[in-house]
Design a protein around this ligand. Structure first.
Ligand SMILES: [Zn+2]
Ligand SMILES: [Zn+2]
Length: 352
């Protein structure tokens, strides 16, 4: 592909100012692949950037292209690349880690001190994301999948990897009872992963009927409406009912409910990003029940395994893939993604 050929992409200029416009096509490095976009999911963090031009402490400093949940097809491979060729279908790990900082050397690359994350303002200059006709990435960050795997399925690899990492941080789930607060993309994928890991009861708590119904399709055994407070209160009064709780709602109320439903000696796994610095947690419950608190950030070394579970169908994400739009229709796509009673995961599709 000629570098001077202009490509189109979704560039964020400020709050609610996401423009479909010509973006720079990068030069191809020797160890890099040029990839034509297959599908890219809209994530909660993309929604935050879209609304507020920031995500927690990460502020937009210069316009950049959003998107970090991408699949695509290789259109060009650099001369030093082995194992990939034009036509290959791939999923892309959006994190470019350094390999040499203390976290990377300790085998915890998700905590890399120098990470560059596609479609995130966490690093300056910001690294452009995947909402583009094509993009260039290092081949080592790509996982090849069978060419017939639908983009609408494998584009879920990145969010699934978050769920798989959370389940790994929880420890063995075989025969365990788990509760998940939050029935969005990550909560539903944790339910599916917990089922694949052999959990017994998989209960999802979410105020939305639509999300509870979807969670049941994704592998939950039962659901709770946390707005009906007696449901949570009864479980709490009984001393909790679950060995492990996953907090995937990203809000303080969800974390509180999660802790209160965990029984003695259990474990709470923090997955959702709670945007406030201050948050009340029922620490007295945690102490008297000796509940361990485990936190998780992004994913570590489970990207290829997550892709393979989507390829072979052990995880079927189709119930949560509620909408797909052409990249050019990104404003409609974002508007749909905010309709939480109709949509869970909205995808932007490449032209190919
Ligand atoms: Zn995401
Ligand atoms: Zn590092």
């Amino acid at each position: 592909m000629n570098q001077s050929v202009s490509i189109m992409g979704a560039m964020l200029h400020g709050p609610e100012d996401l423009r479909y416009e010509q973006v720079r096509a990068e030069p191809l490095g020797a160890d890099e692949l040029r990839i034509r976009l297959g599908a890219a999911g809209i994530c909660g963090s993309d929604q935050h950037y879209f609304r507020h031009a920031r995500m927690g402490s990460f502020m937009l400093k210069a316009p950049f292209v959003l998107g970090h949940e991408m699949s695509g097809d290789v259109i060009e491979a650099g001369p030093d690349v082995a194992g990939f060729a034009p036509g290959d279908r791939v999923v892309v790990d959006p994190a470019l880690t350094c390999g040499s900082c203390p976290s990377c050397r300790a085998g915890r690359a998700n905590l890399c001190h120098n990470v560059q994350f596609m479609g995130s303002a966490s690093h300056d200059p910001h690294l452009d994301g995947g909402y583009r006709d094509s993009f260039v990435v290092k081949a080592v960050r790509c996982v090849k999948v069978p060419a017939e795997t639908p983009h609408k399925i494998i584009a879920l690899t990145e969010p699934l990897s978050i769920a798989v990492h959370a389940v790994e941080r929880a420890g063995a789930l075989l025969g365990r009872d788990v509760v998940i607060t939050g029935g969005g993309t990550i909560g539903c994928l944790i339910a599916a992963t917990a089922r694949a890991a052999g959990a017994a009861r998989i209960c999802v708590s979410d105020p939305s009927q639509f999300r509870r119904d979807t969670a049941l399709k994704m592998g939950a055994t039962d659901v709770i409406d946390p707005m009906r407070r007696e449901a949570v209160e009864t479980l709490d009064a009984a001393g909790g009912a679950f060995d492990i709780g996953f907090e995937a709602s990203g809000n303080a109320a969800g974390l509180n409910d999660c802790v209160r439903m965990i029984s003695r000696g259990g474990k709470a796994v923090l997955v959702g990003m709670i945007p406030t610095m201050e948050c009340t947690v029922p620490f007295n419950h945690m102490t008297t029940r000796e509940i361990d608190l485990v936190s998780t950030f992004r994913q570590n070394a489970v990207f290829a395994r997550s892709a393979s579970m989507l390829v072979d169908g052990r995880i079927d994400p189709r119930p949560i893939v509620t909408g797909s739009y052409r990249l050019a229709d990104l404003r409609e796509a974002f508007a749909a993604s905010f309709e939480s009673e109709r949509h869970i995961k909205v995808l932007l599709l490449g032209a190919g």
